[in-house]
Structures are given as structure tokens and as C-alpha cells.
Write a protein that binds this ligand. Structure first.
Ligand code: BGC
Length: 467
């Protein structure tokens, strides 16, 4: 165990290192916002320049694509910071994730058609918000050009094309779909906006799931306030500014990935990679004779250890006498002979990898809070890592609390910046509806409703609008 501790020390980042990372990020952000030549961070203005008032009303459709599943939602904003939704999840096959763009968008439109039909919404004019969680350069709220794929997507014929246009083309193949693509948004934007619907002080949206990303409300973009998508997952990729903390395990993981040299911050932080980092470390320590190959032999198979295994293992205390959860993970990998020391070693590697992830996210959050210089900021957060890991939230909360005052002393600023992390409830869906609603209010004029009962559990939008 002592050897494991020593061998993994480089995963532990000091506050000074984190502060340096935050300041490097802040500097690159400034550069990017000012459109300076040679920028190393590509950030995207979203054209969303207002926070919802909480009074928004109406009925909307939303699509949510970004991880392993795809969802279609119908959302009713009720005007008093309340909303109501139904949603249906559809799987996205590996074939679609690596196939042709047209097939992916046709599949999306076919799911949308089935959903609309099943819920009695055919021929009703509805606005739609599309949460598309990949890096896109926006030119308006409903025009977004994909710059590159991330996570496990590599669909051909979509990079450099307008996502809104591609979706419209596939929807147009269905005569009975009367849908206007009103907004294309990132999941972080959806998270920020949906949390702001409930908490007017919300100005930041964070996702720590399969991928990682952060958006925030910038006061000086194109001379006004605007939500900026930082695409933080790519931080460190263009100029190697994070190489001083990247370990040989990070480099190995990158070399075996779909997108070598890209998304280097994401590869140290997000759920798609954390389990694989732990596995890579275990195999390395096994080769070095620090861990027993009789016990850890099963770790040699790629992707045999998952990020959800980390969350389960960390339910045990590091000083546990029994390591019940850790043992159950070993058993699920057909390993029955793990000793308490083996459990403690694996637990230590998991907690160091997940704490490094949470600390890196905290460094960027603190840098943004410092930049925004607000007295009170609510931060909307979502994503499977944040939701499922037993201590992630506490680690982020504590580390941001430690790092933020370090900026204050540095800047000689007397302003105390309070913050609160808020778990987002279905930001991708509600956020998409809210942004579609912000784009134009009157939505249902001219729709004829002959028989509301055909709408099943969904009230007819026309009747509601004219009630
Ligand atoms: C994407 C971001 C997205 C994040 C979280 C990253 O891989 O580049 O656009 O917000 O994942 O889903």
C-alpha cells in the first residue's frame, strides 16, 4: 500500500498548481474572447444574452444527443418557475455513432416522429430546442456548425456543417411534422438556463459526465452579456500547457483513444476516461511488481474497469476493515482472492484519480467565479460522474472554497464571492425548451384543435394558450 501511495503521488495536485492552471485558463479565455491571433482555446458565444425570468410559458419539444442515449422530450413551462415534462429514451447504436451523418439525423427524425405520433402531437406547430452536446460554432441561436466530434462519436459528413440545417432536412421527410428548429444548444447551456429558471443567481453551467464542459455568463462579449461555451474539455490540447501535470498513464490513454492529442483536459476528468485511467495505472503497477498479477490480472483487458466501479469503491471508507463495496467490484470481475491490502490499494488509486478530476474542475470554476466577480453565484451542475460519485460534490465545493480566496489576496480585491452548487434536474430538456421560448414567445396561433382528448396525457397547446 505504501508503494502504491508513492507510485501515484503525481496524481495529487497542490493548491498552487491548481491556481496556476486556473490562471492559465483565465488568460487563454481572455485571449480567445478578444479574438487575438494564435489563440489556444476555442470558446463559443451562444447568442443567449438573457437569463429566464421564471415567467416563461408554453409547450415545446426538445431533443438531447450527447452520450450513449438520445432523448425526445415534451416540456410544458408553467410560468411560475415550474415545468412539467415527459420524455422517451432511445439508444444510439455504435454503428450510428461511427456511421454516416445523414443516417444519424434520419434516425433522430424517426424517433421524433414516433414520439410526436404516440403523444398525439402530429400536425401541431411546435418549437423545438436541440441539445447537441458537442463543440459547435454558433452564428445564431439556431445555427451551429460542428467543429469536431468528441466522446465516442465519429460520424462522417457532419463536421463543418450546420446541425440545425441537417436536422431540418431529416424532419422535412415527414409531412405531419410541423416543427420549427428554434434553438441548438450545448448541454452546459441547458443546465445553466434551466437552473436559472429556478434560481435567478445562476450564471454557470457545468457537466461532468461522459464528457466535461463549463459555460458561464460573460459580461463583455460582443459588447453585451452572453453565455459563453468554454469547451473546457479541449483545454491544454493546442499548446500543451497542461503537460506538466499529465502522467505517463494519461499519455498512454490518449495514445489509445479515438482522437489522439485532442480533449486532453477531458481525458483527465470525465466519466468516459476515469475508469480506464485507473485500469492503466493498475496494469502499470502490476508490471512494476507493486500489485499482484495473480489478483489484478483481469485488469489487463481494455475497458474492464469502469468509472461506475470507482463510484462504487469510494462508498467504502479508505480505512475500512471490510471494504465491502471494493470486494463486490473485484467479485464482479471474477476476482475472489483480493486481500484487504489489495482493496486499500485499489481504493487509493480510485480516490486519487477522482479527486484529481474534481480538483481540475474546481480550478476552472474558481477562475471563472473570480472573473465574474459577483457577490453570489449559483452554479448548475449535472452529469453522471457528479451525480453518482459519493464525494465529488464535496470535493468540488471544498476546493473551489479554498482556491477562490487565493485569487482575492492576489488581486487585492475585497469582494467576497459566494457560490453554491446546484444539482440540475434535466437541464438538457428544460433548458432546450426555455431557450426555444426565449427565441420568440407566441407559438400557437392558427392551430386548430378539434378534439383535445386525442392528445392523451398532454393538454392541447391551443386550448392551454387560449384558456
Ligand atoms: C463536448 C461538450 C459537452 C461535454 C459534456 C464534451 O465532450 O465537447 O460540448 O458539453 O462533452 O457533454
Amino acid at each position: 500500500m505504501q508503494h502504491v501511495k508513492q507510485a501515484t503521488n503525481e496524481l495529487v495536485l497542490s493548491d498552487q498548481q491548481l491556481l496556476f492552471i486556473g490562471k492559465t485558463f483565465a488568460h487563454q479565455l481572455d485571449f480567445a474572447l478578444n479574438g487575438c491571433a494564435g489563440q489556444t482555446l476555442q470558446v463559443f458565444p451562444t447568442f443567449i444574452d438573457q437569463i429566464p425570468q421564471g415567467t416563461e410559458r408554453g409547450h415545446f419539444l426538445a431533443l438531447d444527443l450527447g452520450g450513449t442515449n438520445f432523448r425526445v422530450l415534451y416540456i410544458r413551462l408553467e410560468g411560475d418557475r415550474q415545468s412539467w415534462l415527459i420524455n422517451q429514451t432511445y439508444s444510439v447504436s455504435q454503428q450510428l455513432m461511427k456511421g454516416r451523418g445523414e443516417d444519424l439525423f434520419d434516425y433522430i427524425a424517426s424517433c421524433l416522429f414516433n414520439f410526436v405520433k404516440e403523444n398525439g402531437l402530429l400536425n401541431i406547430k411546435l418549437k423545438l430546442g436541440f441539445t447537441f452536446s458537442f463543440p459547435c460554432k454558433q452564428t445564431s441561436r439556431n445555427q451551429a456548425v460542428l467543429t469536431h466530434w468528441t466522446k465516442n462519436f465519429q460520424v462522417s459528413g457532419v463536421v463543418s456543417r450546420d446541425i440545425g440545417e441537417m436536422l431540418k432536412c431529416s424532419i422535412a421527410k415527414y409531412e405531419n411534422l410541423d416543427i420549427e428548429v428554434a434553438a441548438i444548444l450545448n448541454d452546459t447551456t441547458g443546465t445553466l438556463i434551466s437552473c436559472a429558471y429556478q434560481e435567478p443567481d445562476c450564471r454557470m453551467g457545468v457537466i461532468i459526465g461522459t464528457g466535461v464542459n463549463i459555460c458561464y455568463m460573460e459580461s463583455h462579449c460582443l459588447d453585451k452579456e452572453m453565455i459563453i461555451n468554454t469547451e473546457i474539455g479541449a483545454f491544454g490540447s493546442a499548446n500543451h500547457c497542461l503537460d506538466f501535470i499529465r502522467t505517463r498513464w494519461d499519455k498512454q490513454l490518449d495514445e489509445g483513444s479515438l482522437n489522439v492529442g485532442q480533449q486532453l483536459f477531458e481525458k483527465m476528468v470525465s466519466g468516459m476516461y476515469l475508469g480506464e485511467i485507473v485500469r492503466t495505472i493498475v496494469v502499470d503497477l502490476m508490471k512494476a511488481g507493486i500489485l499482484s498479477s495473480q489478483v489484478f490480472g483481469a485488469f489487463t483487458a481494455r475497458n474492464s474497469f469502469t468509472t461506475s466501479n470507482i463510484s462504487c469503491i469510494e462508498l467504502d471508507s479508505p480505512t475500512s476493515a471490510s471494504f465491502t463495496h471494493t470486494k463486490s467490484v473485484f467479485e464482479s470481475m471474477q476476482i475472489s482472492q483480493a486481500s484487504v491490502d489489495d482493496c486499500a490499494s485499489l481504493h487509493l488509486i480510485c480516490s486519487r484519480v477522482s479527486a484529481r478530476s474534481a480538483h481540475l474542475v474546481s480550478a476552472v470554476i474558481a477562475a471563472l467565479l473570480n472573473r465574474m466577480a459577483r457577490r453570489q453565484t449559483v452554479i448548475g451542475v449535472d452529469g453522471s460522474v457528479y451525480r453518482c460519485h459519493p464525494h465529488y460534490k464535496t470535493i468540488v465545493n471544498d476546493k473551489v472554497g479554498t482556491l477562490l480566496p487565493l485569487y482575492d489576496s492576489d488581486d487585492n480585491s475585497a469582494l467576497v464571492k459566494h457560490f453554491r452548487l446546484m444539482l440540475s434536474e434535466d437541464g438538457s430538456g428544460r433548458g432546450a425548451a426555455l431557450i426555444a421560448s426565449l427565441s420568440a414567445r407566441p407559438t400557437y396561433q392558427g392551430v386548430q384543435c378539434e378534439d383535445c382528448s386525442r392528445l392523451g396525457q398532454i393538454e392541447c397547446p391551443t386550448c392551454v394558450a387560449t384558456a
